[in-house]
Design a protein around this ligand. Structure first.
Ligand code: AMP
Length: 372
């Protein structure tokens, strides 16, 4: 495809921080962005050249949006698939609706990972109490019961240790169907981020190690402090998934690392991902720039890492309390998303702590985190 010329407009579905940071990266490459979201004044709209505030189901607004942009992308995967399906005949959509459909549904996603030869935890789709009992017999306890759609940051899931707990969680969790997964006693959570262009070229970043707090990403360590072979396997899995999806854009593959070195795929996010924010300051080209390059048909940039980094998420009032100190700390690159309210559990910004390349594994964690 001919690359979009400078001055062209990228349409972004979703008004959050991932769209904001993509918009900033797009501006640096000479593109404009038009953000479409139901909520006014979100992080993305604040920095976009144009915006539409309308429900995702508003066919007229979608048609006007399609006419005003040169390509459509999305910044979170809970945009209704019907929205992208309605846009697809009107404008190029990258990634396309098929990618969105797979990644919106944990059942489709698990089946897809298996088909792409990425090992996953034992799982089963659950529609009824009888189905739940049968899956518990096959998978065992403890296990994790999740909604198959619309879950994020730990919402819509429950760890279950007994059949009684599983039945109670089944009654509570909605919408159905659910997915039951074996509980994985992981030693670390990893992710790998890959960009893929329409020509099939890929650029994959170093795998990172993620630490969660209250089910929300708290820290990413880049690169992951794991054997090189494990990191290479994580990256290879991400590339395999991007190729199997025929992705044009960026995706993150989240993985569990088992004590014996096996990796199990957990989730695919077909967009820039929180665990890739370190690339904004530790690499010459961030995941957001790669996303913009992929969807506009530019050649991908090098994913090489210039620094090691620890990314700290600023979540809720507690995270914001760190802000003045982060601003005053050398070697820290702080980012804020422009959200009006610092509600608990809300991702308000992040900070990248930079270290010399290949030094992270040799620094004790207390020293890495001493600025926090
Ligand atoms: P998810 O929404 O699937 O990314 O899950 C959120 C978090 O819950 C993960 O990052 C893990 O920390 C934990 N988790 C999810 N599924 C499992 C599982 N099958 N076994 C152990 N922990 C899990």
């Amino acid at each position: 495809m001919t690359p979009l010329p400078p001055g062209a407009t990228i349409g972004i579905l979703g008004g959050g921080q991932l769209g904001r940071m993509s918009t900033l990266a797009a501006a640096r490459l000479g593109y404009r962005c038009h953000v479409f979201a139901p909520e006014p004044d979100g992080p993305g709209m604040q920095v976009a050249a144009a915006h539409t505030v309308a429900p995702y189901e508003d066919a007229q607004a979608l048609a006007r949006f399609a006419a005003a942009v040169d390509v459509v992308t999305f910044e979170f995967e809970n945009v209704p698939a019907a929205t992208l399906a309605a846009l697809q005949p009107l404008a190029p959509c990258r990634p396309g609706v098929e990618v969105l459909r797979i990644c919106q549904d944990r059942l489709a996603e698990k089946a897809f990972l298996e088909a792409a030869d990425v090992p996953v935890a034992a799982w089963g789709g659950i529609e009824s109490e009888e189905g739940l009992r049968a899956a518990l017999a096959a998978i065992g306890l403890p296990a994790v019961l999740k909604t198959s759609r619309l879950g994020y940051d730990g919402r819509g899931q429950a760890m279950v240790r007994t059949e009684a707990e599983a039945l109670a969680a089944f009654a509570r969790l909605a919408p159905k169907p659910l997915i039951l997964e074996a509980f994985i006693p992981f030693v670390a959570e990893l992710s790998a981020i890959v960009a893929r262009g329409e020509d099939g070229a890929t650029a994959v970043y170093d795998a990172v190690e993620n630490r969660h707090r209250n089910h929300i990403l708290d820290l990413s360590f880049a690169p992951a402090r794991v054997p090189a072979e494990v990191a290479a396997r994580a990256r290879a899995h991400a590339v395999a998934v991007a190729e199997a999806l025929n992705l044009v854009g960026v995706l993150a593959l989240e993985l569990f690392l088992l004590p014996d070195g096996r990796l199990l795929g957990n989730e695919i996010a077909p967009r820039p991902h929180n665990s890739g924010h370190w690339t904004m300051d530790a690499c010459i080209a961030s995941q957001f720039e790669q996303h913009v390059r992929a969807v506009t048909g530019l050649p991908l940039a090098s994913p090489d890492r210039d620094h090691d980094a620890v990314m700290k998420n600023l979540v809720g009032p507690e995270g914001m309390a760190l802000w003045p100190r982060l601003l005053a700390t050398p070697g820290v690159a702080p980012h804020l998303y422009g959200k009006a309210e610092a509600r608990p559990g809300r991702k308000l910004g992040h900070a990248n702590f930079l270290f010399p390349k290949d030094s992270l594994a040799g620094i004790p964690e207390t020293a890495l985190l001493s600025g926090l």
